[in-house]
Design a protein around this ligand. Structure first.
Ligand SMILES: O=C(CO)COP(=O)(O)O
Length: 250
């Protein structure tokens, strides 16, 4: 069956010393067992030290972004091979901050996803609607279109490398969380959309995470919904105790 995952997206918040301190705090607080996979996504310069510092833990270090090209004259970019060379096996693609602030298009995200999957990476593919789209009743169409454009080039076996993160943009960093019912509604829509394209087995095996102001106080209720398989956590992942309290919600 599909995996439960709690992933911390640290965004652009931690330099090397903060990265090592936060990992140290996580190690102090870690229990022997969690009913979910644990991931953290530090910034690119900190991936390798973070990877080394978590080797003795169940925490997986994942990247926040990657280039769609293999190598060459792409100043400032980081390739899939480079991520893999420092131990990274999973990458977040299509976060709304990449879509909105850096104008990453559906086509670009599809290219990144395909390139990463072809190199054997696991991808946490993000999708989510803006408030106006929800108010206009277009939230489901918006999200399924993002999934269709970003993922539906993949074949069934490649889909095994995909985790989906539904992050309504209006709930990111705002303190406003989608209600457990709103999250469940969208996750069920996403799963049935995948089912229509790839069949029952793939739909049942795809983990769908919720992101947007997940906190220790709301995680249990959200994760209790049948189609919510974990969380992609921003702000609350920057504190070891609150991140692990969220993981404990499973
Ligand atoms: O964007 C997010 C995770 O990728 C969510 O961020 P917050 O948890 O800070 O709302």
């Amino acid at each position: 069956m599909r995996k439960n995952i709690v992933a911390g997206n640290w965004k652009m918040n931690c330099d090397l010393s903060m990265t090592q301190t936060l990992i140290g705090d996580l190690k102090k607080e870690l229990k022997a067992d969690y009913n979910c996979e644990l991931m953290i996504a530090p910034s690119h310069p900190c991936l390798y030290p973070a990877f080394n510092n978590t080797l003795d833990t169940p925490i997986e270090v994942v990247a926040q972004n990657v280039c769609e090209h293999e190598k060459g004259a792409y100043t400032g970019e980081v390739s899939i091979d480079m991520l893999q060379s420092v131990g990274v096996k999973t990458v977040i693609i299509g976060h709304s901050e990449r879509r909105d602030i850096y104008a990453e298009s559906d086509e670009l995200l599809a290219a990144k996803t395909l390139a990463a999957v072809e190199k054997g990476m696991r991808v946490i593919f993000c999708c989510g609607e803006h408030l106006e789209q929800r108010k206009a009743g277009n939230h489901v169409n918006t999200v399924t279109a993002q999934i269709e454009k970003g993922l539906f080039q993949l074949d069934t076996s490649q889909m095994e490398q995909i985790v989906i993160a539904y992050e309504p943009v209006w709930a990111i960093g705002t303190g406003e969380t989608a209600s457990p019912e709103q999250a469940q509604e969208m996750h069920a829509e996403i799963r049935s959309f995948i089912q229509a394209k790839y069949g029952d087995m793939t739909a049942r095996h795809t983990s769908i995470l919720y992101g947007g102001s997940v906190k220790p106080s709301n995680a249990k209720e959200i994760f209790a919904k049948p189609d919510v398989d974990g969380g992609l956590v921003g702000g609350a992942s920057l504190d070891a105790k609150s991140f692990l309290a969220i993981a404990d919600a499973f």
